[in-house]
Design a protein around this ligand. Sequence first.
Ligand SMILES: Nc1ncnc2c1ncn2[C@@H]1O[C@H](COP(=O)(O)OP(=O)(O)OP(=O)(O)O)[C@@H](O)[C@H]1O
Ligand SMILES: [Mg+2]
Length: 220
Amino acid sequence: MIILIGNQKGGAGKSTFTMLLANYLAIYRHCKVTVIDMDYQQSISQKYQRAKLLENAEPYEVIAAGLEDYAGLLKVLNDNPEDLVLIDLPGKLDDDGLIPVFQSADLVFCPFSYDEFSFESTVLFSVVLNKINPEVQVTFIPNRIKANVRYETQQEVDQQLSNFGMVTMAIPDRIDFQRVNTFRTPESLIPVLQPVLDQLFVNHLAFLLEDFGAGEFNEY
Ligand SMILES: Nc1ncnc2c1ncn2[C@@H]1O[C@H](COP(=O)(O)OP(=O)(O)OP(=O)(O)O)[C@@H](O)[C@H]1O
Ligand SMILES: [Mg+2]
């Protein structure tokens, strides 16, 4: 199963959310996960290499790949259709190399924030995705929500995005998100993440419950 994490907006939280979801699925839900890092900065791969140096047992593999590598990669991925493949996309839309990636997707998760600029990029991403793969379900995850800020546009944004797909509960803005890596999610974040990740899991991946059961640990 191929899950894209994308948004045209840079800094929306794609790479961070990819690691959070991978940690949750691999460590907490005991799923077989592979992460494909297509971000130009390769931030996940760098963290993964560092984690390996520290001799941590890796809960999943991270493969760094460019868009041009995707056709070859897809052949390998198709050999293991039961694996959960999470793809961290680059923050852009102007590359035809994205077309086969969008076409192959079973699910798309799109982190965004409620500022106007982010909203436009989020809608543009959704329109392009829908043109290339009209079947795929996209889910929007509000990210970096500040507790003391009232977002004037929140209701309007949620309503517009709901034309494309579901909007989940929000992930707050917390400094600890900078400490997320490929083998662990900081414990302090689990109470705010669990409801969002459980919601995504139940809505989209519930069929896995029969195979894997609920997680035994409160940490991931
Ligand atoms: N909920 C959050 N609270 C606080 N900081 C966050 C949160 N989510 C992400 N960040 C931080 O925001 C920055 C950008 O996040 P990230 O790199 O995940 O975005 P991205 O969408 O992958 O960016 P790019 O488009 O450049 O690949 C990082 O420093 C990350 O630690
Ligand atoms: Mg990124």
